[in-house]
Write a protein that binds this ligand. Sequence first.
Ligand code: GCU
Length: 528
Amino acid sequence: MPFQFKTRLLLNGLIGVLAMTVTGAAQTPIALAPMTLTAEQDHQNMMDQLGIKVLRDGPSGDEKAPNHANYDEALANPYPRLPDPLTMNDGTKVATAKQWWERRRPELAELLSKYVYGRVPRHVPKVTWTVTAVDHEMIGFTPVIAKDLIGQVDNAAYPAIDVRIHMTLVTPANAKGPVPVLMMFGRAGFPAPHEPSADELERINSAWKAVLAQQDSSLKEVFAQHPAWQPVKATPFQFPQMNEDGDLPNTWQLVAAGWGFVQFDPASVQADDGAGLTRGIIGLVNKGQPRTPEDWGALRAWAWGAGRGLDYLESDPSVDAKRVGIDGVSRYGKAALVTMAFDERFAMALVGSSGKGGATLLRRNFGEAVESLTGGEYYWMAGNFMKYGASEATFGSKTPEDIPVDSNALIALCAPRLTFISYGIPEKGDAKWLDHEGSFMATVDASRVFTLLGAKGLGVEGDNRTAKMPAVNQGLLDGQLAWRQHDGGHTDAPNMKWFIQWANKQWADRHGADHLNGQSLNGQSGAK
Ligand code: GCU
């Protein structure tokens, strides 16, 4: 640790504001305020811990910039040899499902934790969920019950940081039993707050007019001249915003299909920036101090939070906890894939436009690079990951080729559960930066693990180097691992109906058969 940083630590200790809580007459735990660093300072601190002097710069997303990202497919595979999810660390080939579950899967989870996403600390404090409000709402033509929830993280060990996880659970009101639920990373809150009735509005309006008239007595005359005018009016019916394919919004489709959904707020678990790493759940566990190299990054923290959300869902009788899925787009697509990979209770995932750190191969040089994830986006990952962007360090230098795992392993950890990899098209804004091709290559390679476990994979000819990416709108939806590039932009919305049908069909086909294989699945039928 350089002198400057040590001094800062010391100063923080000396002049830090003291946060106090009185938990009992005799006991007064005192917690120093969390350390305040800019993202640049925190990034530098991790470089210092790792002995890194210089990091290679990430490419620019602007194609006109001189240092723009590579979009030449001929240059996209500088490290064509992928670490094999089905070869153990000691070189033994994985030939049986038993070997996968007992040895290889734990090895891969360990490699991905240690070098890529960071570890969930052993003793993360307990989360206690409270339903803070229940509302009866309408989503489209479906009556729903919406519960707003707060998961309070026990902060007795460090009261200076308060983490309150926020999510909203919405289930169809007329469901006959527990329903499947798709948890979606995004803003939580009531989706369609129910308004007061006409009678109630009338009472609100006369009270409101009385208050206004009290404030300004001349208004009495105005009200008298316009007796029918009311300050508060019922919101007129609004047509929903259709997606690019003319479909209803995701939430409408889900409840109409008899599913529930959860809006899960990742920012309530961990901020989406480097300066936030000494706060949120990561900061709480570290008592306000910066991370060490194997500590979790924001993606793993968001995934952990989703798992705590699932803990609650397991206790809610309106939810079929064996059919809870996870969904997200872009950085939350990465988070959805990480959630699905590490928490085996999630039964399905819709991974939208996830790119680097998500479905695409870290070894690919196309669009966003490893150097992007070791630069400005470093806080999504473990500190350790920064080594792979280092050009000058006490350990020399490293490149993406040195990463002992890749995204094929991350997708493989989801096997044999229902995993749908989704993208849009660059023409509509799902940028080339995300590397659709590299994501397909990783999915193809991971498919072998689904097959090993008796599930059905993508079902394409060839391997990750030779298999042909299907045309836009042509889904590979016959197996437990699915792929579809829709013709919309940076969103999963045009794939939602495909996802719902595919998952429903998979569940229906499995019903009555306790094994995963032996079924002819045709996920394409039905939808347009
Ligand atoms: C950037 C970033 C991507 C990320 C995206 C987003 O483009 O490089 O990794 O997926 O933002 O989350 O919107």
